[in-house]
Design a protein around this ligand. Sequence first.
Ligand SMILES: C[S@@+](CC[C@H](N)C(=O)[O-])C[C@H]1O[C@@H](n2cnc3c(N)ncnc32)[C@H](O)[C@@H]1O
Length: 252
Amino acid sequence: MLYLIGLGIHDERDISVKAIEALKKVNVVYAELYTSFFNGDLSVIEEWAGKEINVLGRKDLEEDIDGNVLSDPREDVALLVCGDPLIATTHADVILRAREKDVEVNVIHSSSIYSAVAETGLQIYRFGKTTTLPFPEKNYFPTSPYDVIKRNYDLGLHSLVLLDAKSEEERFMTINEGLRLLLRMEDEKKKRLIADSLFLVGVARLGGDSLIRAGTVEELLDQDFGEPPQSIVVPGELHFAEKEMLDVFRID
Ligand SMILES: C[S@@+](CC[C@H](N)C(=O)[O-])C[C@H]1O[C@@H](n2cnc3c(N)ncnc32)[C@H](O)[C@@H]1O
């Protein structure tokens, strides 16, 4: 049996009792922390589970899963993941690979940025497709996030914009960096979407010492959102109840 377990969106205390019960039972415990930023202390979970946690890197999981998580189909294994374990495409792949080996998968869900973003007051069912802003590299500056936001915006839907996390290099994109990338995309695309006056919401460390600020691009660029993880929300059409909720977070 493979237990795919969500750590939740902030620290070690977000893991469920059900997850701890499973961790006590399994033979081996792995964790992948590279798809987000874990604010917690894994050693506390090791103590609760009564066993060591082996942290895997991106390559271990994406290129050598048969050498770790799926190395012995007869063993009960747990894989810990930040947030909810199914909110990241990598983990659907883990399930498929387990099924190929006839390993049963048990998913233990947890809190996720996908639901926590509703703390802004924006209603979850009024969001369109989510996008992620990747760190640009030499000869690599994808502008597809801009297209996703534009499509959502034209349909009156909100966009959740996740920010790249390169945990192995300890690089986590900030809202500020994300906004600058969006302005650079605007320069290329020129569809008059990301103007200095566009109204946005910045969210940091939801589920922990949450910081939510709503304002124009210009105003948000002046804010210091502190530690990761951080995300941007581009609101579409606002229902009056959403407007009222967002007012609480407006930068004066
Ligand atoms: C690939 S997603 C992983 C999502 C995770 N599996 C979940 O269910 O929450 C990682 C990105 O989500 C965003 N994120 C995750 N937790 C967050 C939080 N507590 N507050 C704000 N943004 C968060 C950040 O942009 C981060 O880089």
